[in-house]
Design a protein around this ligand. Structure first.
Ligand code: IPD
Ligand code: CA
Length: 268
């Protein structure tokens, strides 16, 4: 692994953010955002502050897009993307499936990414053209599977409370075609777990770039495949993510794309 990558200067900060999230857990205050079921906690905000401070200290001219804040330096051609706490609903309910994502976009291309599984203390890393790593060891997909046996992870957008019917057609088609569906509530780990030979595929509508863009780079570098609704690698504008171990990519993509409810036609 190339040791000179910019993201390495931020490694201490991501571990500091993770410790803070764990320390704040007891009695943490939980607030709702736009949707009643979309939560934010003091820990999301504190983790974000630690990461933004570290980026602005080392790279003051770079842009930053972070879930709970306004964009910083929006015109920069280098932009850090932060999800300070992925799995806030898990965290607020004592479910230890929680991650932090930190990644760098250069000229709109993801080039360096960390996804830290906070409670298992596993750091996933991905570097464009330079591989994927799990706690410093090279990560490669070796799991062999068929669509009928595949374990598929997914999640639902927060508007599911009112629009659950928009998502059922795709969900049902996937349910009928695979070995099992899992909904673990932390999208970055859902995608990293394909790279880590646990899940075989993942799809989700209207997931935000901070949730899966970093994990998508890690997955592709481990040998997987990730596309959005237009068929290319995801971008800041993607509205549907389809990820897989590559072996079942064509079949899985076909099942998802041919079973999208027409109510979503003008939203994708
Ligand atoms: C959420 C999680 C969840 C996914 C939601 C995301 P957050 O992220 O990744 O798995 O289904 O769509 O919003 O809000 O906990 O950072
Ligand atoms: Ca989050």
């Amino acid at each position: 692994m190339n040791q000179d990558l910019d993201i390495h200067l931020l490694k201490t900060a991501i571990y500091e953010a993770a410790s803070t999230i764990k320390e704040l857990k007891e009695g943490v205050q939980v607030f709702s955002k736009q949707h009643e079921v979309d939560l934010v906690t003091e820990a999301d905000l504190k983790s974000e502050e630690i990461l933004i401070n570290a980026i602005t200290k080392h790279y003051p001219n770079d842009g930053i897009i972070s879930e709970e804040s306004e964009t910083i330096n929006p015109d920069s051609n280098r932009t850090w993307i932060i999800d300070p706490l992925d799995g806030t609903v898990n965290y607020a309910n004592n479910i230890p499936q929680v991650a932090i994502t930190l990644m760098l976009l250069e000229n709109n291309q993801p080039t360096q990414a960390y996804v830290l599984d906070i409670y298992k203390d596993v750091l996933y890393e991905g570097y464009k053209g330079q591989g994927a790593y799990k706690n410093g060891e090279e990560l490669k997909i070796f799991k062999n599977t068929t669509m009928q046996k595949a374990i598929v992870a997914t999640g639902f957008p927060y508007d599911r409370v009112h629009n659950s019917n928009h998502y059922m057609k795709t969900f049902e088609a996937v349910l009928q075609s695979c070995g099992g569906v899992r909904r673990f509530g932390t999208a970055a780990l859902d995608v990293c777990w394909i790279a880590d030979n646990k899940f075989d595929a993942y799809f989700e509508f209207f997931i935000k770039p901070w949730d899966t863009l970093g994990a998508s780079l890690i997955l592709e570098e481990a040998g997987g495949k990730v596309i959005d609704q237009n068929g290319g690698f995801p971008s800041l504008e993607s509205n549907l993510i389809i990820a897989s171990n590559n072996l079942i990519h064509q079949e899985f993509k076909g099942i998802v794309l041919s079973n999208i409810d027409e109510s979503l036609d003008n939203r994708l």
